[in-house]
Design a protein around this ligand. Structure first.
Ligand SMILES: NC(=O)c1ccc[n+]([C@@H]2O[C@H](COP(=O)([O-])OP(=O)(O)OC[C@H]3O[C@@H](n4cnc5c(N)ncnc54)[C@H](OP(=O)(O)O)[C@@H]3O)[C@@H](O)[C@H]2O)c1
Length: 307
């Protein structure tokens, strides 16, 4: 196990291979990019250096990234406006996935809002700020418990609004975020679901069984906080594997995810070109079975965690 020595460790064909969303002709490389880090501190307002944010996006796309995750409530509006500035007119193969179901207040807080009006306004905001006629994939963001762990709220009403917008041609495909298997099953009685975006990483694995089911169904699983999000991953096991493989801990965490299942699509977030390149190179790292076994000891069950 080692990282390739050349600085062309990634190319367009090696970003983790490709994945086609079920029932669609939409194919993306499994290593993508999450744009949340491009807004200012607290995901609010413009970044300190907007040109640097533009550079990250252009570098990602020129390296072959064709899956970018965003939302119009990042900034709000700012992240989508930076994406438009950096990449519009978009390459044909670029898939931009966005999410709706929340809004921001002036005090920077996040408000769950799946009212009909907010969903319609959010789709319109995404279309305007990204300068698109239709959104490739829209995730309905459920709130669950405190916004980070899924609950069991009913999704039928907001999903029906998204289906209506899909019929109007404003949305091409629908996904879910922060949901349980039961909520997915309910949603599938209403419309086709192409992806699930939940919190998951090498240290937080509440969705293991869910992921196995989604793999069988061919639905994409897109972990948010793949590197720990606002609390970056820290683990002695991760450090030890990284040290012995000539990779960084973050690269090992991403390589582990890519090897976890073939429907796993990665959207690590970064505001730095250097970190972006490092993250993309993780797709070239293959972890052998004994290393995977060591990494599989990192996670604790949610009932053992102190919240
Ligand atoms: N559905 C949802 O509810 C939801 C929630 C959260 C996020 N998301 C999506 O998921 C994406 C990923 O999540 P995230 O960005 O919050 O968290 P993440 O990818 O787990 O981690 C991002 C953090 O890791 C740092 N980082 C990235 N690459 C690094 C590297 N190679 N070495 C060291 N540090 C590194 C970043 O800082 P630097 O900027 O300094 O690199 C940033 O602080 C988001 O961008 C967003 O699109 C969705």
């Amino acid at each position: 196990m080692s990282m390739p020595k050349t600085n062309t460790a990634y190319d367009k064909a090696s970003l983790g291979g490709s994945f086609t969303f079920p029932g669609t002709s939409v194919t993306v490389n499994r290593m993508g990019y999450g744009a949340m880090q491009l807004a200012g501190p607290g995901v609010w307002g413009p970044p300190r250096d907007p040109d640097a944010a533009v550079a990250v996006l252009r570098d990602a796309v020129s390296a072959g990234v064709n899956h970018i995750d965003t939302s119009d409530f990042y900034g709000p509006h700012v992240t989508n406006q930076i994406i438009r500035r950096a990449l519009h007119p978009y390459p044909e193969e670029l898939v931009i996935v966005t999410k709706v179901g929340a809004r921001r207040r002036q005090d920077k807080s996040w408000i769950h809002d799946v009212s009909r009006q907010n969903l319609i306004d959010s789709v319109q905001d995404n279309l305007r700020n990204l300068e698109l006629d239709a959104l490739d994939v829209v995730n309905l963001r459920a709130w669950g418990n405190n916004g980070q762990a899924p609950g069991e709220e009913l999704l039928a009403e907001p999903l029906t609004v998204l289906v209506e917008l899909k019929r109007k041609g404003l949305i091409r495909h629908i996904g879910l975020s922060n949901v349980t298997p039961k909520q997915l099953a309910e949603a599938q009685t209403i419309t086709e679901i192409v992806c699930v975006q939940n919190l998951y990483n090498v240290a937080y694995r509440d969705d293991d069984a869910f992921i196995d089911n989604l793999t069988e169904e061919g639905i994409a699983y897109v972990p948010f906080f793949p590197l720990g999000g606002f609390n970056p991953l820290q683990s002695a096991a991760l450090d030890a594997v990284a040290a012995s493989s000539g990779a960084t801990p973050m690269q090992v965490a991403l390589a582990w995810l890519l090897q976890r299942s073939p429907n796993m699509l990665l959207i690590p977030g970064t505001s730095s070109v250097q970190h972006l390149r490092e993250n993309l190179q993780a797709a070239a790292l293959t972890l052998p079975a004994d290393t995977l076994a060591k990494l599989n000891t990192i996670a604790t069950k949610s009932e053992q965690r102190v919240h």
